[in-house]
Design a protein around this ligand. Structure first.
Ligand code: COS
Length: 385
């Protein structure tokens, strides 16, 4: 698969892997499972260079590259999931500004995000609007020079640690009563409060926000009134395939640990790797990983080329890679036997960490909806020819 990558992509991949081995892995051992972004992690990520493919050159990045976002997530996620979450949120909260920000907004926010000086988040999901984004109930009402926002946002990753975020709210007009708009919000703005922190099966900075009379200056409207839904979808188009890349990184770690374990673990007088029941599991894992890698890189390459089928392929890659990684990690636990279910073992941690990836940024079932709707539209176009 690596033959598909350019020399520059391979150099970036090597940079990410060197950073992970040299700095992130020791930091992960020191910090352990965390539910916020400590200063040490913030600082480490900000000088690592991994944010660079999320931002244009003129704002401190190296140019948006889906391939490199995927390479960074693949290298990081299997070693330290909280670092991967922070990288992902910098993309989810930064890319809407890249897509729809005006010159002043880009200048104000993007360099600080590219530097890692500010952390951001993406406030889309609500208690009554998870898969069904259009059902959102948070509203923004124009009032003088501001919008006044009221509502709730739930399952917001890095919500506790982020300094700012992109917040989506309903802005009904006579012409479009269902309009949704996007706003740039900052932690200091009164009315944007963490209502509660949410404890997940694997430690994660994730919160529910209560938004009460949050006054956001009109200059913080991102894009056009009513342009928020498409902006959210376009952002997910870029980032969904990279969830697949993160899953791939986790599965790869599970395979490496399983191989090492199976070569050393002796049962019935032989290392268990010599039993076909183990060897076949390892082979199944390798096949799943290679297939997932192919789909993730293909989607990312299509995205970088501006291929119109990139959205379809992003969903295919997210769906396949997260499901495949879940299968691999389950097999890894099986190979490890009792050791695999001991709290604190690598595969036990991965087993908890992989599960949410089949849910967030669009469940597997939502990816199937997106994929089938592309197929149906395509068939309609062909029938109309
Ligand atoms: N890019 C640009 N525009 C898009 C788009 C995309 N990827 N996907 C949809 N749109 C547009 C459609 O073209 C349509 O435009 P028109 O009204 O001009 O025709 C509009 O957006 C509405 O699209 P659609 O009818 O498909 O919207 P639905 O309400 O049926 O919802 C899904 C579509 C289910 C795909 C969407 O709600 C979704 O992605 N849900 C999952 C949310 C999610 O991932 N949450 C995780 C939060 S982040 S951790």
């Amino acid at each position: 698969m690596h033959t598909l990558l350019s020399q520059e992509d391979l150099a970036f991949k090597a940079l990410c892997e060197a950073y992970v081995n040299r700095e992130l892995a020791p930091l992960a051992r020191k910090l352990g499972e965390i539910d916020d972004v400590p200063e040490a992690l913030r600082a480490s990520l900000s000088h690592s260079g991994v944010y660079a493919p999320l931002f244009p050159k003129e704002y401190g990045g190296q140019g948006i590259s889906a391939v490199r976002i995927c390479l960074a997530r693949e290298a990081i996620a299997g070693v330290y999931a909280p670092a991967d979450t922070t990288l992902a949120m910098q993309g989810l909260g930064g890319y809407p500004i890249v897509l729809a920000g005006n010159a002043a907004q880009k200048q104000k926010y993007l360099p600080a995000l590219a530097e890692g000086e500010r952390l951001t988040t993406f406030c889309l999901t609500e208690p009554e609007a998870g898969s069904d984004v259009a059902a959102m109930q948070t509203t923004a009402r124009a009032d003088g020079d501001d919008f006044v926002i009221n509502g709730r946002k739930r399952f917001i990753s890095n919500g506790y640690s982020a300094d700012m975020g992109i917040l989506f709210a309903r802005t009904p007009t006579d012409a479009n009563p269902k309009a949704i708009s996007a706003f740039i919000v900052e932690k200091e703005m009164p009315g944007w409060n963490v209502h509660r922190r949410i404890e997940l099966m694997a430690s994660h900075d994730i919160v529910e926000f209560e938004i009460k009379d949050l006054r956001v200056p009109k200059q913080n409207l991102l894009g056009t009134v009513g342009g928020g839904f498409k902006l959210a979808m376009q952002t997910l188009d870029l980032m969904r395939m990279s969830v697949g890349a993160a899953a791939l990184g986790m599965a790869q770690t599970a395979l490496q640990h399983s191989l090492q374990f199976a070569r050393g673990r002796v049962q019935f007088g032989r290392p268990i790797v010599e039993f076909q029941s183990t060897a076949f599991k390892l082979a199944d894992m390798a096949v799943d990983i290679e297939a997932a890698r192919s789909l993730v890189y293909l989607a990312a390459i299509k995205k970088d080329k501006g291929d119109p089928s990139a959205s379809l392929h992003s969903s295919i890659a997210k769906l396949y890679a997260t499901e495949a990684a879940f299968r691999c990690i389950d097999q890894a636990v099986q190979i490890h036997g009792g050791v695999g279910v001991v709290k604190g073992s690598t595969v036990e941690r991965l087993y908890r960490e992989i599960r949410p990836l089949r849910v967030y940024e669009g469940t597997t079932e939502i990816q199937k909806l997106v994929i089938s709707s592309h197929l149906i539209k395509q068939a309609g176009r062909e029938a109309g020819k």
